[in-house]
Design a protein around this ligand. Structure first.
Ligand code: ARG
Length: 461
């Protein structure tokens, strides 16, 4: 079998059940071009080490170029009998270079150092695609925040009205979380930029090959300092899966709000027709399926992470075949986000906000009670007492079925002599918002400063 990389000490081939279990071409074939790039880099260090002469190197690279073109065009595909991407590509190389030359390439490397390297190459490329996708969601949030700057909405804790906030402040809260996810991907890349190539099966190579030359050739910053770590560790994969899961969770939290806000009861937003779906039976329905799929896929991304961690737990050093299970979770995580992010950014960019309703609801539900308490503090009342007095005002308003600004001067005076008519200066959404002007607050001036800071950080990633 030409696609087999082992067999010398065996009599007969593997059982069909083992071959079927062992096979990974259906998911590792996506690493084929990375494998070929690794093979070219490896051929060059074999040449430097005197193990391929100049003509052999030229012949090897030419055959690898042919193979690369055929893989790209789809003319070369793994055969049913190929176990994995590495074996299949060796078969393809030998078909193009002949056994004498093609059979020389495997010297000094193992599938163990190859696969650990190729996975990093794949994930580094896809981390960039994912980061760009996350940034487009951030851009949509920033654009909506700018377009609606100054619009107030009910800020919530425990999903109850808490204090008025600016819609832009709320939207940017999601943007900061996503910006940190992008920063995490950038930071992750420092650890991913270490090449395991040259680690061999586990102990390194005896053939005088330069791992740092291969690393540089493949775009890595450096080669691994420990060949056992190089072949056996997958924390870089798990960290990628964690960041992917965190992005999924952050998108899910945005999505949950989109779903709530689009309900009749909230009526805060209208989804664009092109980012909503209908019902097969109820003609009136307009459903937030993008947001629901985002919320659902967060579960899948968490599963990718936890499945991978469970695979790694308890594995002795160095390589174990269990590690073949590292690929599908991270590939699935990348695929999932690359599918999801454009839909979420499109949905966010096209949301229409019912700003009148948001503004009308912003101060309701006694959301200005904290403003009364803090106003009292500014008049010299200890906060403990101020909290009690403001609470007493809420009680009166609640009993009468009115809002805080509907209470009369006499009613305020009846609660405390400290509650003079001047308290009305803070009994408005505008007064409440404007008073929270320190860094990080929801005052319009503070939100503009926040926007500048966010855009500054966006410029750095
Ligand atoms: N296909 C394997 C993987 O994905 C690489 C091959 C290593 N196999 C081996 N028997 N050493 O991890």
């Amino acid at each position: 079998n030409e696609g087999a990389l082992w067999g010398g000490r065996f009599q007969g081939g593997p059982a069909d059940a083992l071959a079927a279990l062992s096979k990974s071409t259906h998911f590792d074939w996506r690493l084929a071009l990375y494998d070929i790039a690794g093979s070219k880099a490896h051929a060059r260090v074999l040449n430097t080490a005197g193990l391929l002469d100049a003509a052999e190197l030229e012949g090897m690279l030419a055959a690898l170029d042919l193979l690369e073109a055929d893989v790209k065009s789809g003319a070369y595909l793994p055969a049913e009998s190929d176990e994995d991407v590495h074996g299949s590509l060796e078969r393809g190389l030998i078909e193009r270079a002949g056994t004498a030359l093609g059979g020389k390439l495997r010297a000094g490397r193992s599938r163990n150092d190859q696969i650990a390297t190729l996975g990093r190459m794949y994930l580094r490329d896809h981390a960039k695609i994912i980061a760009a996708g996350v940034l487009s969601v951030v851009d949509a949030l920033v654009a909506q925040a700018k377009a609606h700057h100054g619009v107030a909405m009910p800020g919530r804790t425990h999903l109850q009205h808490a204090q008025p906030v600016l819609l832009s402040h709320h939207l940017l809260a999601h943007a900061w979380a996503l910006l940190r996810d992008v920063q995490r991907l950038v930071d992750w890349d420092k650890r991913a930029a270490v090449s395991p190539y040259g680690s061999g099966a586990l102990a390194g190579s005896s053939l005088g090959l330069d791992p740092n030359a291969v690393a540089a050739d493949l775009g890595f910053d450096s080669a691994a300092w420990n060949s056992i770590d190089g072949t056996a560790s997958r924390d870089v994969f798990a960290e990628f899966a964690w960041v992917a899961a965190m992005i999924g969770v952050d998108l899910s939290r945005i999505s949950e709000e989109v779903i709530l806000w689009a309900t009749k009861e909230f009526s805060f937003i209208t989804l664009h027709d092109s980012y909503s779906t209908g019902s097969s039976i109820m003609p009136q329905k307009k459903n937030p399926d993008v947001a629901e799929l985002a919320r659902g896929k967060a579960g899948r991304l968490i599963g990718d992470l936890t499945g991978l961690l469970a695979t790694l737990k308890g594995l002795p050093l160095a390589y174990n075949r269990d590690l073949q299970e590292d690929k599908e979770p991270v590939f699935d995580a990348a695929d999932t986000l690359e599918l999801l992010l454009p839909a979420v950014s499109g949905m966010m960019a096209t949301l229409v906000f019912n700003t009148e309703r948001m503004e009308a609801l912003a101060p309701q539900g006694f959301a200005l009670a904290t403003d009364i308490a803090e106003w009292l503090v500014r008049q010299g009342v200890p906060f403990r007492d101020a909290h009690e007095l403001s609470g007493a005002a809420v009680k009166v308003a609640e009993t009468r079925g009115v809002e805080l600004w509907d209470l009369t001067d006499e009613e305020y005076a009846g609660i405390s002599a400290h509650l003079t008519p001047e308290v009305r200066t803070v009994l408005s959404t505008e007064g409440s918002l404007n008073s929270r002007s320190a860094q990080g607050g929801t005052a319009p001036s503070a939100v503009l400063a926040q926007l500048a800071a966010l855009e500054g950080q966006l410029g750095e990633v």
